[in-house]
Design a protein around this ligand. Sequence first.
Ligand SMILES: Nc1ccn([C@@H]2O[C@H](COP(=O)(O)O)[C@@H](O)[C@H]2O)c(=O)n1
Ligand SMILES: C[C@@]1(CO)OP(=O)(O)OP(=O)(O)OC[C@H]1O
Length: 159
Amino acid sequence: MNIRIGNGYDIHRLVPDRPLILGGVNIPHDLGLLGHSDADALTHAIMDAMLGALSLGDIGHYFPPSDPKWAGADSLLLLQQVDQLIKARGWHTGNIDSVIVAEKPKMKPHLGAMQEKIARTLQINRDHIGIKATTNEKLGPVGRQEGIAVYAVVLLFRG
Ligand SMILES: Nc1ccn([C@@H]2O[C@H](COP(=O)(O)O)[C@@H](O)[C@H]2O)c(=O)n1
Ligand SMILES: C[C@@]1(CO)OP(=O)(O)OP(=O)(O)OC[C@H]1O
């Protein structure tokens, strides 16, 4: 069996009057993530990890932020496209692990719903999707609640 690993990172600014969407889940908060798409940093980091595992570039190549087509895009639909891209090459997602770095709000109550949405999109078991959350201990821009960052690692297999 062939295996490949990839890692992804994304960060989006927290601003008023935007929804806070991570893993396709709309999380109640007084600030939301700024972006051309829905700014779902978790889903973006996962897509970049999947693409990186196969040296296929990054999401900006497939969904350019300069293209009005992706304005307000639902990132889970983009994830579906990335999944199709890797499946077309004979690869499947084995497991994902990720860390959301956010000072606020509490992510823990929403992690299960995020797992469920990503699992459905990728048609894999939800226990193959690790999603964790940590604060940045009030350090730096994330610690000042200026943004939310996400790290993801993905293992792909073929055969
Ligand atoms: N946005 C966040 C950050 C953290 N959590 C949960 O709290 C635990 C403690 O976080 P520390 O950064 O103080 O280590 C962490 O293990 C998460 O379970 C959270 O839900 N949302
Ligand atoms: C998916 C895209 C589409 O514009 O989303 P953005 O909201 O621009 O987010 P970013 O992570 O900065 O770049 C990825 C883009 O390709």
